[in-house]
Design a protein around this ligand. Structure first.
Ligand code: GLY
Length: 564
């Protein structure tokens, strides 16, 4: 972590140089440059799996499937088969599509399942343990993606993950410390202790996942029915019975991922393609970018009070909309067209004051839990120019902390993304209402924002990040960094991030990146500022003017770009 903060300070120094200091500005940091193809993911071994699939003639969707399974092994805090996610696809001919493999509430879920008789919300129940899990969507999602777009045989895409799980792999320092951290909780939430995860893990240790390897073999050999039926389904249902969870055979057999029309809009000269509800990401990013579009951001100081104030005020308004209007469109009439209407967006900014913070309504202050924002994103471009952006998650780190006994994988705690009760914040401090109330088979609202940008009808960028509520603002700022502030992909990824989500009415900033003077200036405008740990882990790819690709891997994690 210390290394990361020193790195942030270097980055801030680089970007705070005034024009007169330009001659001494260090060289621009660029990411990995490649001629034809690129994979950027949260772990070097997963990126390597993806690139090998591309080199074997697989396309970007094939590589995404292989990376998804590999991350379930090498980055188990967020990579998963027991969770869900979203995939945005742009083919080289310009056609686009998106896949919702978000988890769904079990059939036995009820609107008030996390409330006591007096209406008090028992937050722990939706965050840890068996009741926290939605029905996993990842395996069905990968099978659907393969049926629709896959080129290589399915077995070849699952096998690399099996190899990693069975033969073992070496832990990075971050993965070792993450496992040490979760070890403390495993005993509290597991009916059968996952022995292979226990230990005082250190960087350089080799870890094996034999039970996960067996589960992956069933998926390799039987596809969807290797997870939602047969031995793995038995193990999930038995686990639920031991831990008083809700997921049943009916839930597993009836789960289906859904192809959805992505959200599409224009920002300056760029066309943006992002995820539609049940993710709030696409709608939110569209509102944010369009709220700031009329301002000459490129002429402003990227870390100046003027810029931070404008971004904050846009974010405040967008997250207020999110809390009321966004939910699963199969259960609630989400007013997407109205939210994206340019007149509506202009009206939302009518009361924006360039020098005064607008107060958020004091409905209920949420609390941010920075350590819990685990999700993972990967971006892929193949040699034909097809692009895939996938954000996938167990929700917080290691999800519910429940490992399915005998099956070796963590189950998500995605039920916390529902609104357990109107106005009561979830673990990310996000508030919701009717649109995101719990109902059987309904998908919980997400912030995941896998996004692809085009310029002049050609692929321009693939971007996304983990980070819970901060996902939307991290993607927003990364796009602005490239388009308005003319940064390289790597600079845009490295750049310090700030976040505001309406409630709590506070600007969160990565620790040490805003000077005391700037914080005072923002305070004088009416903003509260709070420092916290790192925000997001953006993994992105940009197509350069010469047609080459620049991969930007986030230095906040083990994230790695590999190209050729
Ligand atoms: N679980 C984080 C999200 O979907 O937004």
């Amino acid at each position: 972590m210390q290394k990361f903060f020193s790195f942030l300070i270097l980055i801030v120094t680089v970007f705070s140089c005034s024009p007169t200091e330009e001659s001494s500005t260090p060289p621009v940091r660029t990411g990995v440059i490649a001629d034809s193809a690129m994979v950027v993911s949260a772990h070097p071994l997963a990126s390597e799996v993806g690139i090998q699939v591309l080199k074997s003639g697989g396309n970007a969707v094939d590589a995404a499937i292989a990376v998804q399974f590999a991350l379930a092994v090498v980055h188990p805090a967020a990579g998963n088969i027991g969770g869900g996610g979203f995939m945005v696809i742009r083919e080289t001919d310009g056609s686009v599509n998106s896949l919702d493999f978000r988890e769904a509430a079990p059939l036995a879920a009820t609107r008030t399942m996390y409330q006591e008789a007096d209406g008090n919300v028992i937050t722990d129940l939706s965050r840890r343990g068996h009741l926290a899990s939605g029905v996993p969507g990842t395996v069905d999602g990968m099978v659907s993606a393969h049926i629709e777009y896959g080129k290589l045989p399915w077995q070849e895409l699952v096998q690399p993950a099996i190899n990693l799980a069975e033969n073992g792999f070496i832990l990075t320092e971050k993965e070792a410390s993450s496992l040490r951290y979760v070890n403390e909780d495993l005993e509290d939430f597991n009916t059968i202790l996952p022995e292979n995860l226990l230990g005082e893990w250190q960087e350089g240790d080799t870890i094996f996942h034999p039970e996960l390897a067996a589960s992956l073999k069933l998926i390799r050999d039987l596809g969807r029915s290797g997870f939602y039926e047969g031995p793995t389904a038995d193990l999930i249902v038995e686990e639920m019975a031991r831990g008083k969870g809700l997921i049943s055979y009916d839930d597993l057999i009836s789960y289906r991922s859904v192809w959805r029309q992505p959200v599409r809009f224009t920002y300056r000269d760029y066309q943006v393609i992002s995820m539609a509800p049940p993710s709030s990401g696409g709608v939110a990013i569209a509102q944010l970018l369009q709220m700031v579009e009329s301002y000459p951001l490129g002429e402003w100081d990227r870390l100046g009070a003027e810029t931070i104030h404008l971004l904050t005020e846009a974010e405040r308004r967008v997250y207020a909309d999110r809390a009321v209007h966004l939910g699963d469109p199969d259960f609630y009439l989400v007013p997407v067209r109205e939210l994206l209407d340019s007149a509506y967006i202009a009206r939302r900014m009518e009361n924006f004051s360039p020098d005064r913070a607008t107060s958020s309504d004091a409905i209920q202050a949420g609390k941010i839990y920075p350590e819990s924002e685990q999700t993972t994103h990967f971006s892929i471009v193949d040699q034909q120019g097809n692009a895939v952006a996938v954000t996938t998650t167990l929700n917080s780190s290691y999800g519910s902390h429940v490992v399915v006994g005998g099956a070796g994988f963590f189950l998500n705690n995605e039920m916390d993304d529902f609104s357990a009760k109107p106005g009561v914040p979830n673990m990310f401090g996000l508030i919701g209402g009717e649109a995101n109330a719990i109902a059987p088979m309904k998908r919980m609202l997400s912030s995941m924002t896998p996004t692809i940008l085009e310029k002049d009808g050609q692929l321009f960028m693939v971007v996304g990040t983990p980070g819970g509520a901060t996902i939307i603002t991290s993607v927003f700022q990364t796009i602005l960094n490239v388009i308005d502030f003319n940064m390289t992909m790597q600079q845009a990824v490295d750049f310090p991030r700030i976040h505001h989500q309406w409630q709590p009415d506070t600007i969160f900033t990565e620790r040490g990146v805003l000077s005391a003077g700037l914080i005072r200036q923002l305070n004088n405008m009416g903003h509260l500022v709070d420092e916290r740990g790192s925000i997001g882990r953006v993994d992105a790819i940009r197509v350069l003017e010469n047609g080459k690709l620049e991969g930007g891997a986030d230095p906040r994690g083990d994230d790695t770009a590999i190209g050729y």
